[in-house]
Design a protein around this ligand. Structure first.
Ligand code: HEM
Length: 389
């Protein structure tokens, strides 16, 4: 194990854009890196170690102390450890199953087409603002039952949690708590309306659902809604940003998708592996333990670096080659173990439809000259993704 004094928030933009060499360097330093005070956090980056952590929730808990994002109770199902966790997934999995997601594919396609058609004649656009941010927000707000006309307000609230734009930890806590209260208020408003007059949306479904013969309480629905608000709004946005930025800079790879759109699903999996838009997730140890011979005390926050695991040369053949023909691609961009992403089918559908429609209308494009792409930390959105064609 190695001690490293690092502070968050001052990572070089080049490393944020191309994190893979930094991951390799960290893996070479030690299997577990102790960041020391003030965070006391430990980083784990080897593929086998990351998978071990994700598959042992009894030691590496994702309980409420692992991460604070403005919540006042555990987020459901992410901050509920097994075995209780299973009850919530039993309820939620069917709602997000592929056949349910297929029902909204046509509507999603029409939405993307409208977004791309609105800019195609201009010869340039900011992809983040035009597609990557509005698409998942609109799809998800419709599903959840939140008013789509208030999308920009919700996106600002989500950004207030994920990118609070403050520097010190105390400022961050205060900002995130205040935004969290606003998110609870918005969700509570809709829950109160649906208790009186249910509609055909997820919030109404949750209110009527039962887990082992027990109805979810309105607080349970609030705690599910709060997590969905963050998980559903930002992850697909970050993934679309990363993928279009990659394809804009690799015209040969892009041309393969134009020539044969049936390659898009495999390309999405490979770009999810390579870019790992969700770079890492956190756990907290329930007891003293060890990993790869490195001692980890109880109550330690452990950050598992998904992006590093997905490019670990000990697991992956030619990890640095972005190979759309990779035959076996068991990446963990959607996490692993009990908490593996609930929204993966929805995310994959949105990504596929967006890439198909965008490339049908805008097959050739590049990044506006002189733009240095700025990737955000943690969830890799690229807000200044200026494209020209
Ligand atoms: C490409 C887009 C997405 C990526 C890369 C992604 C990634 C992840 C990852 C890495 C986890 C594991 C978290 C952990 O173990 O701590 C996760 C969990 C989760 N994701 Fe996603 N996600 C995406 C899209 C979505 C969408 C659209 C939804 C909307 C419902 C969603 C809902 C969730 C939920 C509810 C969990 C927690 C599952 C549980 O605790 O059982 N995700 N996601």
């Amino acid at each position: 194990m190695t001690d490293m004094n690092m502070t968050n928030g001052d990572v070089d933009p080049v490393a944020l854009a191309h994190p893979q060499p930094l991951f390799k360097m960290m893996r070479d330093v030690a299997p577990v890196i102790d960041l020391g005070p003030p965070s006391g956090m430990m980083l784990v980056g080897g593929d086998a170690d990351v998978r071990h952590v994700l598959q042992h929730p009894e030691i590496f808990s994702s309980g409420v102390d692992a991460v604070h994002i403005g919540q006042v109770r555990p987020l459901i199902p992410l901050q509920i450890d097994p075995p209780n966790h299973k009850n919530f997934r039993k309820l939620l999995d069917p709602i997000f199953a592929p056949r349910q997601i297929a029902l909204i594919e046509d509507g999603t396609r029409a939405l993307v087409r409208g977004m791309v058609e609105s800019v195609v004649h201009r010869g340039r656009c900011n992809f983040h603002d035009t597609v990557a941010e509005p698409l998942p927000s609109t799809v998800f707000l419709q599903l959840l039952g939140l008013p789509v006309e208030r999308a920009s307000e919700f996106v600002a609230l989500k950004n207030g949690i994920i990118r609070p734009g403050v520097t010190t930890p105390d400022e961050r806590t205060a900002a995130v708590n205040a935004t969290g209260q606003q998110i609870y208020a918005v969700l509570q408003e809709v829950i109160d309306e649906r208790v009186i007059a249910p509609k055909s949306d997820f919030i109404s479904m949750f209110l009527e659902a039962e887990v082992d013969g027990q109805r979810l309480t309105p607080d349970d629905v609030l705690d599910i809604g709060y997590l969905f608000f963050l998980a559903g709004l930002d992850t697909v946005t970050a993934s679309l940003d990363c993928m279009l930025a990659y394809l804009a800079q690799h015209p040969d790879q892009r041309q393969r998708l134009i020539d044969d759109p049936s390659l898009i699903p495999a390309a999405i999996e490979e770009m999810l592996r390579w870019e790992s838009p969700v770079q890492g997730v956190v756990r907290i140890t329930t007891q003293a333990t060890e990993l790869a011979g490195c001692p980890i005390p109880a109550n330690t926050v452990v950050s598992v670096m998904i992006g590093s695991a997905n490019t670990d040369e000990r697991t992956w053949e030619s990890p640095d080659s972005v190979d759309f023909d990779r035959e076996i691609n068991k990446h963990i961009a959607f996490g692993g173990g009990a908490h593996r992403c609930l929204g993966s089918h929805l995310a994959r559908m949105e990504l596929r439809v967006a890439l198909e429609e965008w490339h049908r209308l805008v097959p050739s494009y590049s990044i506006v000259e002189g733009t240095e792409l700025l990737y955000s930390q943690g969830l890799r959105a690229v807000e200044n993704l200026e494209l020209v064609w």
